[in-house]
Design a protein around this ligand. Structure first.
Ligand code: ADP
Length: 172
């Protein structure tokens, strides 16, 4: 089941929330900053360990840590592409973020997961195209998986919320 809400992803009580991280895994602005601020130092500590072992996280890949003090149990960190005109593999890389986060969730036994609008902030991916990619990729995943019970798109801003609502209402 897909749900849509407008709000702050750090407040959502699900098995896992997804973070729009960067390749360093050392934290940043936007939703990344909000998650580390609200979740406390345990998240960064695990990110550092992952970084020491595998050198950060590639664009389109995903890693998992504790959620520290957040109401969620885990944070799945994925790295979206920086928008650079759209001819540098950005759409496929963004789809990989959703796909790989969901694969990692299934491997971990996660049943409920919340996504922010990856790459549509500091990374400047056009919001309309990003919404289409996010919804299509998640729907394709759900068509072949029966372990994930709920996927929540958490839109922080009005514009993203309206774009998702329009698409989900017409069943995209
Ligand atoms: P990116 O670098 O991938 O673009 P950003 O964090 O800058 O990541 O933005 C991704 C999206 O997350 C944006 O749409 C932004 O509005 C949204 N966002 C920022 N803070 C939060 C939050 N606390 N909860 C949910 N979404 C958030």
């Amino acid at each position: 089941m897909i749900r849509l809400i407008q709000g702050d992803i750090t407040k959502i009580e699900v098995d896992a929330i997804v973070n729009a991280a960067n390749t360093s895994l050392l934290g940043g602005g936007g939703v990344d900053g909000a998650i580390h601020r609200a979740g406390g130092p345990a998240i960064l500590e695990e990110c550092r360990q992952i970084r020491a072992k595998q050198g950060g996280c590639a664009i389109g890949a995903a890693v998992i840590t504790t959620a520290g003090r957040l109401p969620a149990k885990y944070v799945i960190h994925t790295v979206g592409p920086v928008w650079n005109g759209g001819h540098n593999g950005e759409p496929e890389l963004l789809a990989n973020c959703y796909r790989h986060s969901l694969q990692l969730a299934v491997e971990t036994g996660i049943k409920t997961i919340a996504f922010p609008n990856i790459s549509t902030g500091i990374y400047h991916f056009p919001k309309s195209e990003a919404a289409t990619i996010a919804i299509t990729t998640v729907q394709q995943f759900l068509a072949t998986d029966n372990t994930i019970k709920e996927i929540i798109f958490v839109c922080f801003d009005e514009e993203n919320y309206a774009l998702y609502k329009e698409r989900l209402d017409k069943g995209q």
